[in-house]
Design a protein around this ligand. Structure first.
Ligand code: DX5
Ligand code: ZN
Length: 218
């Protein structure tokens, strides 16, 4: 997958208006966002419920943006086919989930979707090291997953650095995504630590000028 920007922005539709999703997606596309971050929550892995494959399918029909699906669900393996068929381009699942990590990565690849792994704040960087060569992206959560609008956890910066350093040996093209509390100040800290994909929900969708908000993060 080729992107024109070195620092890629992936607006999280968790903070969009789900009843006006087409318009909201159009706004971030016009603003120059590189992907669209789709938060999937099952009310079990995280204490919140969001959306599932039927909504991803509808989004797929209404945009050609890269769909970056963040699965906050207990058993991601069981739902890979459903999300792949719905039109996901990239699927990120948690190392803390119940699914076998290697098998789930293989399953994602077999559907032609790009695989990524996610680490919650309390999970150390080393948890993803064995898989770096098999995935295209690591998502470092910079808040506890479940809700938009939380404050950035600055103590996640060393984790980003550690993953970037390890990836320089095993997978130099690995993307590192950050998610949670991303605003211009925290975006800069993450970029300096080695992140190159920034998820942002409340900051982008809450902005009066969405194009300015997207540009202010890069
Ligand atoms: C939280 C989600 C995030 C969330 C980020 O569990 O994974 O993607 O939408 O929201 P902000 O940018 O508002 O912290
Ligand atoms: Zn997310």
């Amino acid at each position: 997958m080729e992107f024109k920007n070195k620092i890629k922005i992936s607006p999280s539709i968790l903070s969009a208006d789900y009843a006006a999703l087409r318009e909201d997606i159009e706004k971030v596309k016009i603003a120059g966002a590189d992907m669209l971050h789709v938060d999937v929550m099952d009310g079990h892995f995280v204490p919140n419920i969001s959306i599932g494959p039927p909504v991803v399918k509808s989004i797929r029909k209404s945009t050609d943006m890269v769909l970056d699906c963040h699965l906050m669900i207990s058993d991601p393996y069981d739902y890979i086919d459903a999300f792949a068929k719905s039109g996901a381009d990239l699927i990120a699942f948690h190392v803390e989930s119940n699914s076998n990590i290697g098998e789930t990565i293989e399953k994602i690849k077999s559907t032609g979707v790009l695989p990524a792994l996610v680490v919650k704040p309390k999970t150390p960087a080393e948890a993803v090291f064995p898989y770096l060569k098999d995935i295209v992206m690591v998502l470092v959560m910079t808040v506890e997953p479940g809700f938009g609008g939380q404050s950035f956890m600055e103590d996640m910066l060393p984790k980003i650095k550690a993953i970037r350093e390890e990836a320089s040996k095993t997978n130099p093209s690995l993307m590192i995504q950050v998610d949670g509390g991303i605003v211009p100040e925290t975006a800069k800290l993450c970029i300096d630590a080695g992140a190159d994909v920034l998820v942002s929900g409340s900051y982008i969708f809450g902005a009066e000028n969405i194009t300015e908000a997207v540009n202010s993060l890069r």
